[in-house]
Write a protein that binds this ligand. Structure first.
Ligand SMILES: [Mn+2]
Length: 317
């Protein structure tokens, strides 16, 4: 089967959708090598396939500039497409002064700011590239987004979108401030929807902050109960500092944060998965296996199938 992408210069026979790199250029090079990409005139390329990055290239890891450099060269050479992640969005908001320069926000962005040097010409240039990244790709039989494919959120942003689904400066600014529809839409697309928890089921996150919302498993179909749909980090404690007793099998409040997903297969990242490489449903797959904190860098190698398969997931340490 031969597929064409509107962005790709040549006929290709598939897309390799790569998870959240988070500053681990060595893992990226290992994964590209394993998938049969080679370096041509400085840019990694595959003779018959195109890479697609789900975003979150930066923060966390030790090779921020090297990671951005590999990916930019691939994009310029036409061997990769690149979607925006929430870390690139935050980097834009930090650079513009729209994001509060709190200790917590600086800490989360420190690896990147230290390496590019906050306020340097390199910083300006890399962030300018981030602003041009599309928020999602609809590649015909395959869709790619950082966290959640949601039509409502996409239509909210449509007045701010260029042809390639990148956002205007005005749209980016509106989305940086809580209380706007643009903010809510970007939260869902780049960080995923959440559900409010009944107060007795709140939990402490890894920094011991109390949480009264949980991530919503938008990729699941079937029952809409807390037990089935709310996602709790492993080893989470309850607000009483005892091990969390889990969520009850009672219905979520309506309306639900996003409608059930219907459409062609979607590849996304963002969710810090661990363990076996596996699909999240027959038409959804998460390629974030926590490369940013000790896990492998994963990819889904799509070749036109309408039902996804675990066998097309690959990873490199
Ligand atoms: Mn993310």
């Amino acid at each position: 089967m031969t597929l064409t992408s509107s962005e790709a210069p040549n006929l290709i026979d598939g897309f390799d959708v790569i998870g959240d790199v988070h500053g681990h250029a060595d893992k990226l090079a290992a994964l590209l090598d394993q998938m049969g990409y080679t370096r041509n005139a400085g840019a990694w390329a595959h003779p018959r396939r195109q890479a697609v990055f789900v975003g979150d290239l930066i923060d966390n890891g030790p090779q921020q500039v090297a990671t951005v450099d590999i990916v930019r060269k691939m994009e310029a050479a036409g061997s990769a497409l690149v979607a925006m992640g929430n870390h690139e969005f935050n980097a834009i908001a930090w650079h513009r002064g729209w994001r509060e320069r709190s200790k917590k926000n600086r800490e989360q962005h420190k690896a990147f700011l230290d390496e590019v040097v906050d306020g340097s010409p390199l910083h300006d240039e890399v962030v300018a590239w981030f602003t041009r990244l599309p928020l999602w790709f609809d590649l015909g039989g395959l869709r790619v987004i950082h966290a959640c494919w949601d039509q409502w959120s996409m239509s909210v942003l449509s007045p701010h979108l260029a042809n390639n689904n990148s956002m205007s400066e005005d749209g980016l600014e509106a989305a940086a401030y809580k209380g706007t529809a643009e903010f809510d839409a970007v939260e869902i697309l780049l960080k995923g929807p959440e559900v409010p928890l009944p107060s007795e089921f709140g939990y402490l996150d890894k920094k011991q902050h109390p949480r009264v919302h949980a991530r919503y498993r938008w990729w699941r179909n079937g029952p809409t109960t807390y037990w089935h749909r709310a996602h709790l980090p492993s080893d989470a404690l309850g607000l009483d500092e005892q091990p969390h007793r889990g969520f009850p099998d009672i219905d979520l409040p309506t309306p639900l944060p996003v409608p059930p997903y219907v459409g062609p297969p979607v590849v996304y990242g963002h969710y810090w998965q661990t363990g076996l490489l596996q699909l999240t449903s027959p038409i959804t797959v998460c390629v974030d296996y926590s490369a940013g904190k000790g896990g492998p860098l994963a990819a889904y190698r799509w070749s036109g199938e309408t039902t996804l398969t675990d066998l097309h997931l690959v990873a490199a340490e």
